[in-house]
Design a protein around this ligand. Structure first.
Ligand SMILES: [Ca+2]
Ligand SMILES: [Ca+2]
Ligand SMILES: [Ca+2]
Ligand SMILES: [Ca+2]
Length: 223
């Protein structure tokens, strides 16, 4: 009886070893699948986050620009004509800093908002700086332009050469009244300035993602 029991025990051990090997094989396959699923989930998660991140970036930039412009009055704007139906992607302006003894407005230093191409990027339909974006730029605020304390602040990066939905074809493809406009534009009607920003980036699936934000700010009028 003891011997039979021993034999049965050995048989159980052999079977267990085979079972373990099979289990290890199955486990490896399952683990591989799990890693693959996890990676896919992470990619999907990253892809879903990308548009949100881009929109947040665009909204922050627009909020900064609104803060910047609401302190100026209509007459302090000059440079290119912001009332053009085509809009402008650069404007110079001064803030009103006070009123002198004669009741005249006192203006501060000259500032500028503009779209500028990224420093390592050329206008050549090629991604020169290797970030996946082609001919992209940024929205830059220059304070005291040409003055002793001139300094530049990048309000938004990843701003494309053309606004979302626009093609370089001398036509208004996205139906906003402007032709072949850049990813950052301003247009003024009386005291109301409208700001547009498109921001772009590469999604987790390697495709280009763009998000656009539009808002308006009412300037101080009649000063
Ligand atoms: Ca690039
Ligand atoms: Ca380029
Ligand atoms: Ca357009
Ligand atoms: Ca166009």
């Amino acid at each position: 009886m003891k011997r039979n029991k021993h034999i049965r025990g050995n048989r159980r051990s052999g079977m267990t070893l085979v079972e373990i090997m099979i289990a290890m094989g199955i486990g490896s396959v399952l683990l591989g699948s799990l890693v693959s699923v996890t990676q896919s989930s992470q990619d999907a998660y990253q892809s879903s986050l990308r548009p949100l991140e881009l929109e947040t970036r665009a909204r922050r930039a627009v909020a900064d620009i609104v803060d910047e412009l609401k302190g100026i009055n209509v007459l302090s704007m000059w440079d290119e004509d912001p009332t053009s139906v085509f809009g402008v992607n650069r404007m110079k302006y001064r803030h009103v800093t006070g009123i002198d003894a004669n009741g005249a407005l006192v203006s501060g230093v000259e500032n500028r908002l503009q779209w500028m191409r990224d420093p390592q990027e050329l206008d050549d339909d090629i991604d020169n700086d290797g970030d996946g974006l082609i001919d992209e730029g940024r929205v830059v605020l220059t304070r005291d332009e040409g003055g002793p304390s001139e300094r530049q602040v990048v309000l938004c990066h990843g701003v494309p050469e053309l606004m979302e939905g626009e093609l370089d074809n001398v036509a208004d493809d996205n139906g906003n009244g402007m032709v072949d406009e850049t990813g950052f534009m301003l247009r003024r009607e009386n005291a109301l300035v409208t700001v547009w920003i498109t921001v772009e980036g590469m999604g987790g699936d390697g495709r280009l993602v763009q998000r656009s934000v539009e808002t308006s700010v009412r300037l101080r009028n009649g000063l």
